[in-house]
Design a protein around this ligand. Structure first.
Ligand SMILES: [Zn+2]
Length: 119
């Protein structure tokens, strides 16, 4: 998982506030916490923004976007299960650690406790 330093919001430099014409306000990117949410949360927020942007169109592209986002969620769910299973099964086996590392990288997690051994 990511460290606090890696998750620090670059929009507000970790302060949680941004300057506006009417004074300081909560940073819209981190919600005022100064820390960015997990990659899962950021991707889900982006997917919802895209769904919302296309929802009113109701054309073939909207159906394609819905299908693609459903596939994205299904694939990320499977990768999350693979990471969890590899973590449960890991007893230092290099193949299990490599599977976990590959799935973690695909999900956008930074591995700080397990290194991905080279093939
Ligand atoms: Zn921020």
């Amino acid at each position: 998982m990511q460290t606090d330093a890696a998750r620090r919001c670059s929009s507000c430099y970790g302060s949680g506030e941004i300057g506006t014409e009417s004074g300081p306000a909560d940073c819209p990117d981190c919600g005022g916490s100064g820390q960015l949410p997990s990659p899962d949360t950021l991707i889900e927020w982006r997917a919802r923004d895209i769904e919302r942007a296309y929802a009113s169109r109701g054309d073939a592209t909207t159906m394609d976007v819905r299908w693609l986002i459903a596939e994205l969620r299904r694939a990320r769910g499977a990768l999350t299960e693979i990471v969890a299973l590899a973590q449960d099964a890991s007893d230092g086996d290099p193949i299990t650690m490599r599977i976990r590392g590959i799935a973690s990288n695909a999900l956008g997690y930074l591995e700080t406790t397990a290194q991905v051994p080279s093939a």
